[in-house]
Design a binder for this molecule. Structure first.
Ligand SMILES: Nc1ncnc2c1ncn2[C@@H]1O[C@H](COP(=O)(O)OP(=O)(O)OP(=O)(O)O)[C@@H](O)[C@H]1O
Ligand SMILES: N[C@@H](CCO)C(=O)O
Length: 295
């Protein structure tokens, strides 16, 4: 096998009201170098990778094994050397990036020639929802739904914005952040929440970022229930608004928050938030237009 490299972007899901459906790929990456080996071997070269588990059970390897098995192929063992800039369990889609890396690995090693939709379908079934998987596979801004077991998706034009991420030191797993959500919404709540989400998607499609930002900040599906877990929620929103952000929401299941700004406005917000929240990692990121790449 000729050695190859897989690069997968991070992603931010939800964008407020697009709960479990909207996702934007971001310019922060997981990189996996793959070469032939007699047994599964994993080298990790970054703090942003989980504690070493048995190589065979590693999320990337198990996603690769599941992909090969789905297409009735045998996956030979490989040596994997990994580097990641994506913080774990902070709302930046790290698990989706790892799953997409595993699917890409099996695609290359078993010569499957999977389409982007086949990668999305399998990734969504492993992750449980398609919102981070779709942008990790396809790049840019993707609207997706698991409709009748089939992952449907529409790519919107890559938004002409930059983002600022405010990432706290403590992790919050997606599982824990889902536990605080209501099991049931009334018809009135569901109708209002989906109307806000519909206008958000239409505004993003029209490039009307000011309206999109207003809609983002009016989510009724998850933000009202999760914000109590994020001590600086209001501070980050108001600082971002004062620095020209269109809107600020919880990134994925949190605890990171993401602000959307016009090009060129991000740096001053980064400085301000880093001053006010010295324990946070604050960074400016661009949308990633490519999704997973291997070379
Ligand atoms: N590169 C990786 N290799 C192996 N496992 C990973 C990798 N990245 C993430 N994981 C696993 O995924 C877990 C984090 O998944 P979780 O869904 O809780 O958060 P997230 O994907 O970072 O954020 P969100 O889904 O809210 O955007 C990690 O604790 C780890 O178990
Ligand atoms: N959409 C998920 C997180 C990302 O998959 C949630 O908000 O729980």
């Amino acid at each position: 096998m000729t050695p190859f490299r897989i690069v997968v972007p991070a992603s931010s899901a939800n964008l407020g009201p697009g709960f479990d459906s909207l996702g934007l790929a971001l310019s922060l990456y997981l990189t996996v170098d793959v070469s032939a080996s007699d047994a599964w071997e994993i080298e990790q070269h970054s703090a942003y990778l989980p504690e070493q588990v048995d190589a065979y059970d590693h999320l990337i390897v198990s996603a690769a094994r599941e992909t090969a098995a789905h297409w009735h192929e045998q996956l030979p063992p490989c040596h994997l050397s990994m580097q990641s800039d994506i913080p774990l369990a902070r709302g930046l889609g790290s698990s989706a990036s790892a799953i997409v890396a595993g699917i890409e690995l099996a695609d290359r090693v078993c010569c499957l020639s999977l389409t982007a939709d086949e990668k999305l379908q399998l990734g969504a079934s492993i992750e449980g929802h398609p919102d981070n998987i779709a942008p990790a596979v396809m790049g840019g801004l993707v609207i997706s739904a698991a409709a009748d077991g089939v992952a449907e998706r529409v790519l919107l034009p890559v938004p002409d914005v930059e983002t600022v991420l405010a990432i706290p030191g403590e992790a919050l797993t997606t599982e824990a952040a889902r536990d605080v959500l209501p099991a049931v919404y009334t018809r009135e709540q569901a109708a209002s929440a989906s109307a806000i989400s519909n206008v958000l998607v239409a505004a993003l499609a029209a490039g009307d970022y000011a309206r999109a930002g207003r809609m983002m900040e009016q989510d009724l599906f998850h933000e009202p229930y999760r914000q109590a877990m994020l001590p600086h929620y209001e501070t980050i929103r108001s600082e971002a608004g004062a620095h020209g952000a269109y809107g600020t929401v919880i990134s994925g299941a949190g605890p990171a928050m993401i602000s959307f700004l016009p090009e060129g406005k991000g740096d001053s917000l980064v400085s301000r938030l880093q001053d006010r929240l010295p324990d946070y990692q604050v960074m400016r990121l661009k949308p990633d237009p490519n999704g997973v790449l291997s070379s």
